[in-house]
Design a protein around this ligand. Structure first.
Ligand code: ATP
Length: 198
């Protein structure tokens, strides 16, 4: 089964593109969504031990907002959390590939912001980078997440620069225009490129 990675910076449109690919037969694995689930369901004991009990509320649930703020504010803490989460997310992705095969999906999409940074590209057949200018990413992310521009800039500064991602990409889709234009680019990409490969 053909495994396509979909990556790009924060607010670039990875999830939007992945959803659009569903209608061409993709099984979509959303690595961020899975990682959040893993943190909340499988890693609470480790989080309490490594980062502190104060991130768990009285019902035993993760205080998501406080924990995210803490993790994003320090590079070392981000790396510590990533080293706990990434191996489990990888395993979940491998299981999802098997499930997708069994269920007869045409191809597999691994949607994740850190495909190159975490070396996941080695486990995929090709990587598509969704690219936007920093200005567009800022505007869309602030609107979606109700966070400040400086918080977005901090998160952007932690990621591999866009030019580097583009250099490593097999395919690039620009998403500075409207959703309708993006839909057309995704359709062209499927018809002219992906269809031959899957
Ligand atoms: P993140 O990694 O930050 O979760 P992402 O790369 O998955 O982001 P999306 O969630 O797909 O990005 O898009 C970010 C926001 O921008 C969403 O609210 C989405 O609806 C919106 N968006 C995406 N593409 C466009 C577009 N072409 N025009 C307008 N809004 C868009």
């Amino acid at each position: 089964m053909f495994r396509l990675g979909v990556t790009g910076g924060i607010g670039s449109g990875k999830t939007t593109v992945s959803k659009m690919l569903e209608k061409f037969g993709a099984y979509v694995f959303d690595a961020d969504f899975e990682a959040k689930k893993i943190v909340a369901e499988e890693l609470l004991a480790e989080i309490s031990e490594i980062f502190g009990k104060n991130f768990i509320d009285e019902n035993g649930n993760l205080k998501r907002r406080e924990f995210a703020e803490f993790i994003f504010s320090d590079k070392e803490e981000t790396q510590k959390l990533n080293s706990l989460v990434h191996p489990k997310t990888r395993l979940a992705s491998k299981k999802a590939v098997l499930k997708a095969k069994k269920e007869g999906f045409l191809f597999f999409v691994h949607n994740a912001p850190l495909i190159f940074e975490a070396g996941i590209d080695k486990e995929l057949d090709a990587v598509l980078v969704v690219a936007v200018t920093e200005e567009v990413a800022l505007k869309r992310t602030v609107l979606r997440d109700k966070i400040t521009e400086s918080e977005v800039k901090l998160r952007v500064s932690r990621q591999m620069p866009l030019e580097e991602k583009i250099k490593r990409a097999d395919f690039v889709l620009w998403n500075n225009g409207t959703l309708e234009e993006l839909g057309k680019s995704v359709c062209d990409f499927y018809e002219k490129t992906l269809k031959e490969l899957v």
